[in-house]
Design a protein around this ligand. Structure first.
Ligand code: HEC
Length: 220
C-alpha cells in the first residue's frame, strides 16, 4: 500500500509534481448573469504555498465549452489567487456549471462538482449538510490525498493515496472535525476550514447521507 503510494507520487513528481488546490468560499449555486470571484490556494505536495503561478478557470456546461479566465495573485498572500467570472444563462434542467481550476503547476487541476445555475431573481434551498460536505471534500482538495468511496459521480480528479481511504469505514464526526481543524501532521495540511465547512465535511465523512424525504430527520 505504502509502496504503491510512494510509486504513484514518484511518478507524478516526474511529471512535474502534484499540488493540492483549495477553494475558499465555494458557492452552493450561482445566479445567471452575476459576477463571482473565486479565491483559491495552491499547495505543492499539500504543504508549500506556491507563488508565481498562472492558474486558469475553465467553465463548461454539459456539452458546451464556455471558455476560460485567467486568475491573478491575491495581493501579497502566499499561494493565493482569485479569478472572476460571470455565471452563464441557466442551463437546461439538471445541468450545472462545471468549473475546473488549472493550477498552473504541472498538470495539477481540480474539477469541482457541477454548480447549479439559477435564473436571476430565483434562489435555491440550502444543500443538505452531507451533500455540501461532499462538494467541499472535493473543492478543498481532500480528495487529492484521500480516496472516498462515498463520493457519488466523483469529478475526475487525480486521487493519490497519500492519506488513508475514507468512506468505507465511517469515522465519528467529532474526530473528523478535530482532524481537519488541527491536523497535527507532517503530511496533512491545515486548510483553514471554517467551522461550518468542517461540520459539513464531517457530516459527509462520517457517512451521514443527506436526509432525504421519508427518512427520519434528527437521527443520531
Ligand atoms: C496532502 C495530503 C492530505 C490532504 C490534502 C488531506 N489529508 Fe487528511 N490525512 C492525510 C494523511 C497523510 C493522514 C494520515 C496520517 C496523518 O495524520 O498525518 C490523514 C488523515 C486524515 C484523517 C484521519 C483518518 C483516520 O483514519 O483516522 C481524516 C479524517 C482526514 N485526514 C480528513 C481529511 C479531510 C476532510 C481533508 C480535507 C479538508 C484532508 N484530510 C486533506 C493527508 C491529507
Amino acid at each position: 500500500m505504502l509502496k504503491l503510494a510512494a510509486a504513484l507520487i514518484t511518478g507524478l513528481t516526474a511529471m512535474g509534481g502534484w499540488a493540492v488546490v483549495t477553494v475558499k468560499d465555494l458557492p452552493e449555486y450561482v445566479v445567471a448573469g452575476r459576477q463571482y470571484t473565486l479565491e483559491f490556494q495552491v499547495r505543492q505536495h499539500g504543504r508549500t504555498l506556491l507563488n508565481g503561478l498562472h492558474p486558469r478557470l475553465e467553465m463548461r456546461s454539459t456539452q458546451r465549452d464556455l471558455g476560460s479566465v485567467a486568475a491573478v495573485p491575491k495581493g501579497q498572500e502566499d499561494g493565493t489567487y482569485t479569478v472572476t467570472f460571470t455565471a452563464p444563462a441557466p442551463a437546461p434542467a439538471a445541468d450545472g456549471l462545471v468549473l475546473t481550476l488549472q493550477s498552473g503547476f504541472g498538470n495539477s487541476e481540480l474539477h469541482l462538482y457541477p454548480v447549479a445555475v439559477v435564473a436571476s431573481g430565483a434562489s435555491r434551498p440550502p444543500m443538505a449538510l452531507a451533500e455540501r460536505g461532499q462538494a467541499l471534500f472535493v473543492a478543498k482538495g481532500c480528495n487529492t490525498c484521500h480516496a472516498n468511496s462515498d463520493l457519488s459521480s466523483r469529478p475526475d480528479n487525480t486521487e493519490l493515496t497519500v492519506g488513508p481511504a475514507l468512506g468505507s469505514r465511517h469515522l465519528p464526526s467529532q474526530l473528523v472535525i478535530q482532524k481537519v481543524k488541527h491536523p497535527a501532521s507532517e503530511t496533512m495540511p491545515d486548510l483553514r476550514l471554517t467551522d461550518a465547512e468542517a461540520a459539513a465535511i464531517a457530516a459527509f465523512v462520517s457517512g451521514e447521507r443527506a436526509t432525504t424525504a421519508g427518512e427520519a430527520s434528527g437521527r443520531p
